[in-house]
Design a protein around this ligand. Structure first.
Ligand code: NAI
Ligand code: 15L
Length: 267
């Protein structure tokens, strides 16, 4: 166990719930946080409720931890104000607290929506510029840039994990390319927490899917080796979902349906 006390934000959410028990293997004490109540601490846990927009609460949440897995925030496209509070002000508060309290490593849950305006016919590398598909995607791009500044200025290492679609199973045809199993997510977070020199890096978070839009070769130093694949789900997903309309932007672009949330597109 590399870290004594590990903080996981977003503990009440989907990934927080899935990672709660798994991350116990990575630390002596797992501190869990969310703004929503998710019940009492279990053995080996601490619970600190905090709204990410509240700098004082975030400071108290971060004080005394050795590393952070940051899942907390708005996880879908929607009105700007909550995104601003949770994902922009919130990530600033988190890094300020990390700087003040000497936390040296963060795993930041970024998103495939940072690059959602690349086409599904393209395989993108980590050197491709961001092309966010939504205000949500822009907020994650902000977190990626902010964390780079905190690395360059203060030496806080961060892996910006551009999670594809992390659910129990791939739900549709798009997720056959973007799916990240919970076990692979845990492998990826573990690699980010334990690789000797992380630096500042982005890394796409996907399982070993046959169809993929993502090339992680610029992040080999992280040592992430996925062991699951969406491939065994392919036939069942094809059988229960309609033939894709290849003129539909949700099928053309990697971000899928996120392009259609918010104000309608004009182009
Ligand atoms: P989720 O929406 O289920 O969980 C997010 C949690 O953050 C919620 O429990 C919510 O209460 C908390 N939260 C929201 N605003 C907050 C605030 N202002 N202060 C404190 N807590 C706040 O999302 P999920 O699926 O668990 O995702 C976790 C993280 O991973 C999110 O940052 C999301 O953007 C990112 N991600 C997830 C993907 C997935 O496939 N599940 C894909 C790409 C990124
Ligand atoms: C995300 O960023 C969301 O947080 C998640 O709920 C999924 O919608 C995922 O992307 C996706 O693209 O499938």
């Amino acid at each position: 166990k590399v870290h004594h006390t590990l903080l996981m934000t977003g503990a009440a959410g989907g990934l927080g719930t899935a990672m709660r028990d798994r991350l116990k293997a990575n630390c002596e004490v797992l501190r869990l946080s969310d703004r929503s109540d998710f019940g009492a601490a279990r053995a080996g846990e601490e619970v600190v409720l905090a709204d990410l927009a509240d700098a004082a609460a975030v400071d108290a949440m971060v004080k005394g931890v050795n590393a952070i897995v940051h899942f907390g925030g708005i996880s879908l496209e929607g009105p700007f104000e909550p995104i601003l509070q949770a994902n922009i002000l919130g990530v600033y508060n988190l890094y300020e607290a990390a700087r003040k309290h000497g936390v040296k490593r963060v795993v930041f849950a970024s998103s495939n929506h940072v690059t959602g305006f690349y086409k599904q016919s393209e395989t993108i590398t980590l050197n491709h510029p961001a092309r966010p598909d939504s205000l949500y995607g822009v907020s994650k791009a902000f977190g990626e840039d902010l964390s780079r500044m905190y690395f360059d200025r203060y030496g806080i290492e961060t892996a910006c994990v551009r999670i594809g679609s992390s659910f129990a199973e791939p739900r549709d045809r798009r997720m056959l390319a973007s799916w990240l199993s919970f076990d692979d997510l845990h492998r990826l977070v573990t690699a980010c927490l334990t690789t000797p020199v992380l630096g500042h890096t982005a890394i796409f978070g996907m399982s070993d899917n046959a169809v993929t839009w993502y090339d992680n070769s610029a992040a080999r130093h992280v040592g992430y080796v996925p062991q699951d694949s969406s491939d065994p789900f392919r036939e069942a997903v094809y059988a229960r979902t309609p033939e894709p309309d290849v003129t539909d932007p949700a099928v053309i672009y990697q971000g899928g349906g996120f392009l259609f949330q918010g104000e309608p597109m004009t182009a």
